[in-house]
Design a protein around this ligand. Structure first.
Ligand code: FE
Length: 196
């Protein structure tokens, strides 16, 4: 039987947040190899967590730490779907699992508007991107494909379904508060089958 990658990840992340509470640098460094392992094979994501919506990109909660120290989300892009320009207000790792997505960082200009910063980066399966208020937290992300779904796995250093963050209108610099929530009402069963 294949190792339970998801359970292994969640168990290792729980040990990590126990060992380094609130230490973003150590948590991101420790989570990176875990995310690499998680997205190194596309053989573990439950079908319900891979479901797309015809109009809206989906954020299926895979696991939420009961103490809100981290959350893990299956981010499912329908063909051509795209986020607004947004921030996270917490560190995050994005691991590409299936298909491909493109991310463009934004930075605030002196006049208060927001402009693209650096080249658009394309993630392929196994690739990982990082966001954080400490080194760059504002971006826009889109499915690289117009004819099929893509899926990336997002790890956040808090409960992203509960965290207050922002959407930006780049041309005016206008800021709108939002909380992303989760698309699904159920989480996978982590309490049966093989232990981690
Ligand atoms: Fe994002």
């Amino acid at each position: 039987m294949a190792r339970n990658r998801l359970l292994h990840f969640v168990a290792a992340m729980t040990r990590l947040v126990e060992a380094h509470p609130g230490n973003e640098a150590l948590l991101m460094a420790g989570a990176l190899p875990l995310m690499r392992d998680l997205v190194s094979a596309d053989d573990w994501l439950p079908e319900a967590m891979a479901a797309a919506h015809p109009r809206y990109y989906q954020q299926h909660l895979l696991y939420g730490d009961p103490l809100d120290r981290f959350s893990l989300v299956s981010f499912v892009w329908g063909p051509g779907q795209k986020t607004p320009v947004h921030d996270h207000t917490v560190w995050g790792l994005i691991g590409m699992l299936r298909g491909s997505e493109c991310g463009q960082a934004y930075a605030r200009s002196a006049d208060g508007t927001l402009a693209p910063c650096g080249p658009e980066l394309r993630l392929l399966p196994g690739d990982i991107d990082q966001v954080s208020p400490t080194f760059g937290d504002i971006h826009v992300v889109r499915n690289a494909h117009d004819d099929r779904c893509s899926i990336s796995i997002h790890l956040y250093g808090g409960n992203i379904g509960r965290i207050a963050r922002h959407v930006f209108i780049p041309d005016t610099g206008e800021v709108k508060p939002f909380v992303s929530g989760y698309s699904n009402q159920l989480v996978p069963n982590l309490w049966a089958g093989e232990p981690a």
